[in-house]
Design a binder for this molecule. Structure first.
Ligand code: ATP
Ligand code: MG
Length: 159
């Protein structure tokens, strides 16, 4: 893993550029709001984390849907919030979606490709940096994933 001072705003712009074709295919609109933050981390890991959440927000959505990404500083933490107005996840499924290979709608998921690993990778990266991930969701309304990563945790992650 290579660490550097990662500027979050340009990274998010780059992630949106690669997500835009998928969003267009699903007719989902992407929105972002980002403070000019810098964090010592692996750009590759951060990209993978955010990209997985954004692509889920696109895939588990409907034409005309939206995905909002908001990155801000909240005290000692960097906060990454990825919200969508897609299909949502039931209370029972919310407990399980971070498990490896777990997918809510097997038939529909199979058609869309993917492996069911995305969120387990996200959780792994978040925990590597000593952070937390929280999910709130309402079936039929949408989902919100909130990741917090302490700015000061990079040293811990490296050792
Ligand atoms: P992969 O990420 O490997 O392409 P995947 O998207 O199925 O496959 P995860 O990202 O781990 O795997 O997500 C697990 C399951 O959780 C998904 O199959 C989907 O059912 C559900 N899920 C994840 N994100 C959302 C979301 N934003 N809205 C609704 N359901 C979601
Ligand atoms: Mg996924």
């Amino acid at each position: 893993v290579t660490y550097s001072m990662v500027r979050i705003a340009p990274l998010l712009t780059e992630i949106f550029e690669s997500a835009e074709p998928i969003a267009a295919e699903y007719q989902v609109t992407l929105h972002k709001e980002c403070e000019p933050l810098t964090i010592e981390a692996s750009a590759k890991q951060l990209r993978e984390l955010i990209m997985n959440l954004v692509s889920n927000g696109i895939k588990y959505n409907h034409p005309g849907g939206n995905v909002w990404v908001e990155i801000s500083s909240e005290g000692p933490d960097m906060c990454i919030r990825v919200r969508d107005d897609g299909c949502g996840i039931s209370k029972e499924e919310q407990e399980r979606v971070f498990e490896r290979f777990y997918r809510v709608d097997k038939g529909r998921s199979k058609k869309m490709g993917g492996t069911g690993l995305g969120l387990s990778i996200v959780k792994h990266i978040v925990e590597f940096y000593g952070g937390h991930i929280e999910l709130t969701s309402t079936p039929g309304k949408g989902s919100c994933f909130t990741v917090t990563i302490p700015f000061s945790a990079q040293n811990k992650a490296k050792s």
